[in-house]
Design a protein around this ligand. Structure first.
Ligand SMILES: [Zn+2]
Length: 61
């Protein structure tokens, strides 16, 4: 049922996302993946050096 691809965690909401299809952003040489563009935008809006505000319970589900 799952398509092959590595799952990683959305740092904003904690959901598991597929690296192959998820929106992503790079920071400090690391790539972060998001469940949706909302989380991506939230991450990008966080000043560098600051921890992105996490939101438990999901953001769009
Ligand atoms: Zn999310």
């Amino acid at each position: 049922m799952t398509k092959s691809g590595s799952l990683t965690k959305d740092p904003i909401c904690g959901m598991n996302v597929d690296e192959a299809t998820a929106p992503h952003a790079e920071r400090a040489g690391k790539t972060f993946y998001f469940c949706c563009e909302k989380c991506q935008q939230k991450f990008l809006a966080t000043p560098a050096g600051a921890e992105p505000a996490t939101q438990s319970g999901g953001c769009c589900g």
